[in-house]
Design a protein around this ligand. Structure first.
Ligand code: XIL
Length: 434
């Protein structure tokens, strides 16, 4: 008997459809102003089922003045994606590059507050709409040190990355939260530095879900490219190829194929994004680094990627859980209005400020609404709240549930957060349910 019909056999005819058959996405970086170019959007809509903004969700673009947010271009991309059934990667909440001038000039606790506020505000704006966020981009140094890159963000304290992940998690608990970097295409000092950070985060419960490998590649591919993806996956995070482009030349098509096969062979490699649509859209200019030529024709690299997607194994799926229909008639009286709830707080502090993440757990009767009271230490003040409505800003502050998190079933957990000045140490939240 031949084994020609493997479970992985399929024959999708576009990158997005073929990836989707294998439980993955295939995305492109989009320059939002090109969405009005029909040659561009024809290819984008036909081939890709995921998008990321090439520049428009970066700090300089969406918070040009401190506290003044402009999400118009990012929103336009999200609408385009939603209208065309594409998922969206968010790129990027924090990065040493493409910061607005006002942030470049800041340091210390003022920068720490500004950056956490940026993470909170942007992740809250897009809450529920982003598949994966690059929470932190390019924070490790090139070369042999395996350590952090120097930057204004790094100089606010080595814990800035975990503070960013906790703030992003509080603002959008549904998004996958990724660390993203380049020159990590194989087992080397830089990728090992990142690996050690991810292992540490997982062991301490810092909310990290995924690692992005930019994969801006030259004329060869590290032989341990797949092994490197696999060692991260083995830490319990998803991996994604996030900015793939490859220098032109004899090996280009082979390298595109090999990267795609490597992802397919790692069951936690959930998707691939190429950094642009046509060669002439690429930031790499004369490298002609993408899958379509400037006229929109498919290149040999395209064919290799499509074949690798179609040949690869799928991500094992867990069967959807079905809820059996209730055997009893629905209750005719409203559920009991009390039954309690409990709240716990976790803190992320720096000199002069903090972010508090609060978990509310419903008691046995569930909730129709909840209130959490917190007495702040003297001198502390609440400056910003998400996923709850605050009454008061110092002393005893009451946080009330909002529309989408009021109703909890027994044991269900809602999360909200607030940012404060001063010290938040020693707060004990109390929860009441209605
Ligand atoms: C690049 C964009 O493609 C360019 O248009 C822009 O001028 C500079 O940034 N790593 C990243 C991306 O994470 O955000 C960068 O994008 C490419 C390198």
């Amino acid at each position: 008997m031949t084994m020609a019909m493997t479970t992985g056999a399929s024959a999708g005819t576009t990158l997005g459809a073929s990836a989707a058959e294998k439980g993955r996405y295939f995305g492109a970086a989009v320059a939002v102003n090109k969405l009005s170019n029909s040659t561009y959007t024809t290819i984008l809509n036909r081939e890709f089922n995921s998008v990321v903004a090439e520049n428009e969700m970066k700090w300089a673009s969406n918070e040009p003045q401190q506290g003044v947010f402009n999400h118009s271009s990012g929103d336009r991309l999200v609408s385009h994606a939603q209208a065309n059934g594409m998922s969206v990667r968010g790129h990027t909440l924090l990065w040493h590059a493409q910061q607005p001038g006002w942030a470049q000039g800041m340091s210390g606790s003022a920068l720490r507050s500004a950056m956490i506020n940026h993470v909170t505000q942007v992740a809250t704006h897009y809450r529920g709409k982003i598949h994966s966020w690059d929470v932190v981009n390019e924070a490790f140094a090139d070369g042999g040190s395996g350590g952090r890159r120097d930057s204004n963000l790094q100089r606010t304290g080595n814990d800035w990355i975990e503070a960013a992940f906790r703030a992003a998690d509080a603002a959008d608990p549904g998004a996958k939260l990724c660390y993203n970097d380049y020159n990590t295409d194989g087992i080397n000092a830089k990728s090992t530095g990142i690996y050690n950070m991810v292992r540490d985060f997982k062991s301490r419960g810092v909310p990290i879900d995924c690692v992005g490998f930019q994969s801006h590649l030259g004329t060869s591919l590290a032989s341990d490219y797949q092994a490197n993806l696999q060692r991260f996956a083995d830490l319990g995070v998803d991996v994604q190829i996030t900015e793939l482009d490859v220098m032109t030349g004899g090996n280009q098509a082979n390298i595109f194929g090999a990267v795609t096969r490597a992802c397919m062979n790692v069951s936690r490699c959930t998707g691939i994004t190429v950094w642009g649509v046509r060669d002439c859209d690429s930031w790499r200019g004369s490298d002609n680094a993408l899958l379509f030529d400037c006229n929109g024709n498919k290149k040999a690299a395209y064919t290799n990627v499509l074949n690798a997607l179609n040949a690869g194994p799928g991500i094992p799926t867990t069967p959807p859980t079905t809820t059996p229909p209730p055997t009893d008639p629905p209750p005719t009286t409203p559920p009991p209005t009390t039954g309690g709830c409990s709240a716990s707080v976790s803190l992320n502090s720096w000199n002069g400020g903090f972010v508090a993440s609060v978990k509310v757990t419903a008691g046995s009767a569930g909730t129709n609404g909840w209130n959490v009271s917190v007495t702040l230490p003297s001198g502390a003040g609440v400056t910003n709240t998400w996923s709850a409505t605050a009454s008061g800003s110092s002393g005893t502050v009451r946080f009330a549930s909002v529309d989408y998190n009021s109703r909890l079933t027994a044991g269900q957990v809602a999360e909200f957060g607030f940012q404060g000045t001063g010290s938040g140490a020693g707060m004990t939240p109390t929860c009441t349910a209605s």
